[in-house]
Design a protein around this ligand. Structure first.
Ligand SMILES: [Zn+2]
Length: 134
């Protein structure tokens, strides 16, 4: 999904308050990294948000606001990668479960014509199911 500058700038505020979906976040980050104008907008908004939040209260107030923003962007990317990774793992597990179910159903129908390792595997799976259920 490619964003226009207008769309990207609408996402600055949700991004800064972490109220952005992964999908929008990913599109937003790839836009601002290629678009100096929107990156500048993001830096300015980040600076204002940060200053308002920390100026009076925080003893660790830092003026390396660009560095802080880079850190926030780095963490966002890491979070996006983790959620992609999780999605892939879940997908693989679903496929494996599908294969296992097909194998079990198939084996139950053709129990007698299975090769020995197939029979053994089926016994192992059936006793595992038995133990889990019973
Ligand atoms: Zn832009």
């Amino acid at each position: 999904m490619k964003l226009s500058c207008r769309e990207a700038q609408h996402l600055i505020s949700p991004y800064l308050t972490d109220e952005i979906s992964n999908r929008d976040c990913s599109a937003f980050l790839s836009h601002v990294e290629d678009c100096p104008k929107c990156m500048h907008e993001l830096e300015t908004s980040f600076m204002i948000t940060y200053a308002l939040k920390h100026m009076d209260t925080d003893d660790n107030f830092t003026f390396d606001i660009k560095g802080l923003l880079q850190e926030k962007i780095r963490k966002s990317k890491l979070r996006l990668q983790m959620s992609q990774f999780t999605a892939i793992v879940v997908w693989i597990l679903i496929v494996l479960m599908g294969i296992a179910i097909v194998f079990i159903v198939f084996s139950l129908f053709f129990r007698d014509s299975l090769p020995d390792f197939g029979k053994e595997l089926l016994e192992i799976i059936l006793s595992a199911i038995d133990r889990t259920i019973g």
